[in-house]
Design a protein around this ligand. Structure first.
Ligand SMILES: *Cc1c(COP(=O)(O)O)cnc(C)c1O
Length: 634
């Protein structure tokens, strides 16, 4: 054999003559063989490949087995497995084991941790803007896990990098930007997009030297009071300082007030502070308010920034709203998908407002919100990609070379960049097309329309965001004897009803806690009303109309929240949400009355404290004692 003749130093004729050197057997080599079996094979080996594929399928099977049956009472449970509350107290006792664990066991233990997870796909899950992920996006992200493409550059991701380039081109065309000059980068969430926007704005307005010298000028960020709190993260983490964010007041519909924006822009110039970025929120998280971005663009186009700085960047935080662009070409006259007239009007309104995204300089789009993709999956879009890349370019590190034409690592925030973001988003865009997005979005509006009809008919319930056309309905529930519509109107507009607002806010909070406890605390399960829809709550939806500048959020409007995102959500689920809120309200009032009775008994012995100070043991928040006059008809 050739190998016997081969020496280490002589170069053979062909590489196939190079044999494996002999090595001494050892324990580590034997262990390594076991370890190798825990990695996918580097070759196409049907046996080993199948065992990897089956392991994958088995692991998914283990978590699927935690789902509830589709019929019977348990079908209403919107979480996996058992009801037990999570106990995190022992987690810090975890230690690395001395030896390896068989992979089946690792996966079985991992699967067991999915016990209790909310099922985002469940018709009763309507807690927040949390969508179930579609199958191609889940598997697309997992495929990126199998071969680990790194979209730092084409060399490490090869054709998979096209998922980023093509997804960005598709979204650019949806926006109406030129896909040749616009572009996008996937990043870690709407927060990452906002951070990209902030950094781009700082560099464009304060100059590229600011990247070396640091941020030494108090550049200002202007965003509506309803804008997302990541304004604080991004101003803080860029070193600008969250004190340099100025909030613009909102109008009746939670949209940025144009007169106030003009006033603040004036103030900034007078103070000699350049405005680096104006953020238009294109769909607020709670209320789906859409800022008037076209008007903001007009104002900025003629705005003279302080210190001779270039114009502020217009960033659109459209992480929730972007997918409404899918209605761009919808024929609203013919209405081919046959949406109801009410839904169609809302859809049209959203689509028209979202079409103005074209006026932004940069836009954040979350696929893990209104793109039905798994976490994290966000696309930062920029209108002038070349300019962006030039502004944020860094010298290449010694260990990376440009081997292909795509090297975003020269200007991205992240170094290693998982392609799981872009494979998931690309798969979603391919799966849905314009029509798929239209059906998903239109359906949510249809169930919301239905839910609002239910609320309109229930005397003790009221919708508090009737003018907003988004996915979310915020509502309040009152004792059965209260005319909710009239009562809420007073709370909203009559300064004399300020305390009413406060105490009925507390009632909403208690009801929200109760609904969660009924669902999740085995001790608080209510017979016949076992599994409430998984809804949520907002403490501070909007200020009253008589105190728009109210700083104490307890005097803002609280609301229960329904946010249906699953394609399985239907009219019945919405009816359930309304009925369970009423039931929970009754239960809270019963508890409150018992607390009052206990209080009265105590007071005979000693002087009591004021209402509001008392609490009963409740895992999910204090049950704040509400004065009797709000609970029982006087
Ligand atoms: C969710 C949200 C964010 C933050 O995005 P993440 O993807 O959670 O990082 C920012 N702005 C708005 C309006 C949001 O709804």
């Amino acid at each position: 054999m050739a190998s016997q003749k081969q020496t280490l130093t002589s170069l053979p004729q062909v590489s196939s003559e190079i044999a494996s050197p002999e090595v001494a057997p050892s324990v580590w080599r034997r262990q390594l063989d076991a370890l190798k079996a825990s990695f996918p094979s580097p070759w196409r080996e049907p046996d080993r490949d199948q065992s990897f594929e089956q392991m994958f399928a088995r692991a998914v099977g283990m978590i699927n087995a935690l789902k509830q049956p589709p019929a019977g009472t348990d079908a209403a449970k919107s979480y996996l497995g058992k009801v037990d509350l999570p106990d995190y107290s022992k987690c810090h006792e975890a230690r690395l084991a001395p030896r390896m664990m068989p992979q089946e066991q690792v996966l079985a233990e991992l699967a067991s941790l999915f016990d209790g997870m909310p099922v985002w796909n469940h018709p009763y899950t309507m807690a927040n803007v949390i969508p179930p992920a579609n199958t191609p996006s889940i598997i697309g992200a997992a495929m990126a896990g199998v071969f680990s493409p790194n979209i730092i550059e084409g060399e490490y991701s090869w054709n998979v990098a096209k998922t980023e380039l093509e997804a960005a081109a598709m979204v650019a065309a949806m926006i109406g930007w030129d896909p040749q000059t616009a572009g996008g980068l996937f990043t870690f969430g709407g927060t990452g997009c906002y951070l990209y926007g902030t950094k781009y704005a700082l560099t464009r307005v304060l100059g590229p030297e600011s990247r070396k010298r640091g941020i030494r000028v108090d550049g200002q960020i202007l965003v509506s009071a309803e804008g997302h709190y990541v304004k604080d993260n991004c101003s803080d983490w860029t070193g600008l300082g969250s004190g340099n964010v100025r909030e613009i007041q909102v109008d009746e519909q939670n949209r940025m007030s144009i007169p106030h924006l003009k006033q603040v822009l004036e103030e900034c110039r007078r103070e000699g502070k350049p405005v680096v970025m104006v953020v238009c929120t294109m769909g607020t998280t709670d209320a789906f308010a859409i800022d008037p971005i076209r008007e903001v663009r007009e104002i900025l186009d003629s705005y003279e920034n302080a210190g001779g700085c270039p114009r502020p960047l217009l960033y659109a935080d459209a992480v929730i709203g972007w997918s409404w662009l899918a209605f761009k070409h919808y024929d609203f006259e013919r209405n081919p998908l046959q949406f109801s007239a009410e839904a169609l009007a809302k859809i049209r309104r959203n689509a028209e407002q979202m079409a103005d995204l074209i006026y932004a300089d940069a836009i954040g789009c979350d696929f893990h919100k209104t793109g039905w993709s798994p976490y994290n999956c966000s696309l930062f879009m920029v209108k002038d990609y070349k300019l962006f890349a030039k502004m944020l370019e860094r010298p290449a590190p010694a260990y990376l070379q440009d081997r292909t034409a795509y090297n975003p690592g020269h200007y991205t925030l992240e170094t290693s960049r998982s392609a799981a973001y872009s494979t998931a988003a690309w798969s979603t865009l391919k799966l849905l097309g314009y029509e798929g997005f239209q059906v998903m979005l239109g359906r949510i509006i249809e169930v919301e329309v239905y839910f609002r009809k239910v609320l309109a008919e229930m005397p003790n319930m009221v919708c508090v965001n009737p003018t907003e056309n988004g996915f979310v309905t915020l509502f309040r529930v009152y004792p059965e004897w209260v005319d909710a519509k009239a009562q809420y109107q007073r709370e909203l507009s009559d300064p004399g009803a300020r305390e009413d607002l406060y105490w009925y806010n507390m009632l909403q909070q208690n009801v929200a806690n109760k609904l969660f406890a009924m669902l999740r605390d085995p001790d608080q399960r209510v017979e016949g009303w076992e599994y409430p829809p998984y809804t949520s709550f907002t403490a501070g939806y909007r200020p009253t109309s008589y105190a728009p500048g109210e700083t104490d959020k307890r005097y803002w409007v609280y609301g229960l929240k329904s946010y249906p995102m699953s394609p399985y959500c239907d009219e019945r689920a919405m009816l359930m949400a309304a009925m369970y809120a009423r039931k929970a309200c009754q239960l809270v009032i019963e508890e409150q009355l018992a607390m009052h009775a206990a209080r009265a008994a105590q007071q005979q012995a000693a002087a009591g404290a004021e209402p509001g100070a008392d609490t009963s043991a409740n895992w999910f928040g204090d049950n704040i004692l509400i004065p009797l006059k709000y609970l029982v008809q006087q």
